[in-house]
Design a protein around this ligand. Structure first.
Ligand code: CP
Ligand code: NVA
Length: 304
């Protein structure tokens, strides 16, 4: 593994290896014995806002001995139209790795191709691989290593967004049952399901059907970054898929609610549900650090 551009490109075994390393690095945090990024500079090139991703990568790179360099596209020439392939070839001659948050998946792929650097997708419109690794780490901490085997996991709302897609590929690779519930027009299209080609992903317009006997219930904002113009027209159709206390009466005993954050209370999740599940939801946020340190560690080791 020399880059992390998507969960799609990983195997189930690679995901499990990253999770095992994430658990180990979390347990050993504070020892500062693992410094595979010693002497290296890693750029964080962000075209979209971020709290968790930016902070967890800056802290994680520093803890692994490297130097993070945050580059907002508001400040660098990329934001004024310099092509990504030119930016990539410049940075490829100066730094050691890159973490990119942007719109198109092709931009991350082009950066990796032209820079020849270890490159990490820190969210595109297509996928959010770092978040799904942190979510799986949290699931294993809550229910045990490999506990996703045979588990039913639900994802409600804008299910074909970057988080929904990441959960779909995780389901494909790990084999758990994933029930996606949202309005008809927001369900994954046939081409997406054909690419996944697996029978453990269920799509429904019935929120109760998706949540029934599910152990983990996920949601995410209905309006992803870049879709702000659709706010209002989009929102109304999603209210039947709000994660609220009534809906959760259908879930399995001992269930957890996951949210990648930021959350919009009163929309995709109610305030009481978010607060009741805050310990696990904020552990997901913390686990961004540990999961990404596992990714950075792996890429740095493999690049040698
Ligand atoms: N979950 C997540 O990626 O959060 P940020 O947008 O704050 O980085
Ligand atoms: N789907 C959301 C995830 C935010 C972390 C977005 O893209 O805005």
């Amino acid at each position: 593994m020399r880059q992390l551009l998507s969960i799609e490109e990983l195997t189930g075994a690679q995901i499990c290896e990253l999770l095992a390393l994430g658990h180990k690095l979390k347990a050993e945090r504070g020892n500062h014995v693992h410094q595979p990024l010693q002497g290296q500079t890693w750029a964080l090139i962000f075209s979209k806002s971020s709290t968790r991703t930016r902070v967890s990568f800056e802290v994680g790179i520093a803890e692994l001995g490297g130097r993070p360099m945050f580059l907002s596209t508001r400040d660098i020439q990329l934001g004024r139209g310099e092509p990504i392939k030119d930016t990539a070839r410049v940075l490829g001659r100066m730094i050691h790795g890159a973490v990119i948050r942007t719109y198109g998946q092709d931009e991350v792929e082009d950066f990796a191709k032209y820079s020849q650097l270890p490159t990490i997708n820190a969210l595109t419109d297509q996928e959010h691989p770092c978040q799904i690794l942190a979510d799986l780490l949290t699931l294993e901490e809550t229910y045990g290593v490999g506990a996703w085997k045979g588990m039913k996991i639900a994802f409600l709302g804008d299910v074909d967004n970057n988080m929904g897609r990441s959960w779909m590929w995780a389901a494909k690779h790990l084999g758990f049952t994933l029930a996606l519930a949202g309005p008809e027009h927001a369900l994954p299209k046939q081409d997406v399901l054909a690419a996944l080609n697996c029978d453990n992903i269920i799509c429904t317009t019935d929120a109760e059907e998706a949540v029934r006997d599910a152990t983990v219930i996920n949601t995410d904002t209905w309006i992803s970054m870049g879709q702000e113009a659709e706010k209002g027209t989009k929102e109304q159709a999603f209210f039947p898929y709000q994660v609220n206390a009534g809906l959760l009466t259908q879930a399995a005993k001992g269930h957890s609610v996951f949210h990648c954050l930021p959350a919009y209370r009163g929309y995709e999740i109610t305030d009481d549900v978010l607060e009741a599940h805050a310990p696990v939801i904020f552990t997901e946020a913390e686990n961004r650090l540990h999961a990404q340190k596992a990714v950075l560690y792996t890429l740095a080791t493999n690049a040698r």
